[in-house]
Design a protein. Structure first.
Length: 141
């Protein structure tokens, strides 16, 4: 099932929304590949690309949260590590075994992308936007 990048999952933080949109695009490629029955190798490559981009996104997001003194940063980092490890395990398993990416993996990724944004990332959005506004106001003065 495709994910539509819409207002439900926008944080209002441009660089984070751009990264989330890229995650959604990669997931949608994986979903397309699965539904079209593409080769295992191709699906594994998309899954690996999603994992690589996820690591980059998590690093950027955590730096931003640290700069903005997000009080729940440690919990957010824990969640990131847990999700990244699960995704990494899928990549490793599919590379080693040549096993087809299953509907369960695709569904996990879909739930993770939407769920993490809606359950975790939207919680910090107002805090970060407020901090970023304070910084830009103080640099203008």
């Amino acid at each position: 099932m495709q994910i539509e990048f819409d207002e439900r999952i926008r944080t209002g933080i441009p660089e984070i929304d751009e990264q989330h949109q890229r995650l959604v695009q990669i997931y949608n490629e994986l979903d397309d590949a699965f539904r079209e029955g593409r080769a295992n190798r191709q699906m594994s490559e998309i899954l690996a690309r999603l994992y690589d981009y996820t690591k980059t996104h998590f690093e950027h997001e955590e730096r931003l949260l640290e700069e903005c003194a997000w009080p729940d940063l440690a919990q957010h980092q824990f969640e990131h590590r847990r999700l990244a490890e699960r995704l990494r395990s899928f990549v490793v398993r599919h590379r080693r075994s040549g096993e087809r990416v299953s509907a369960e993996v695709v569904e996990f990724v879909r739930r993770w992308v939407v769920g993490h944004i809606m359950d975790c990332d939207l919680r910090y959005a107002d805090h970060v936007k407020e901090r970023l506004a304070q910084v830009s106001t103080s640099t203008v003065d």
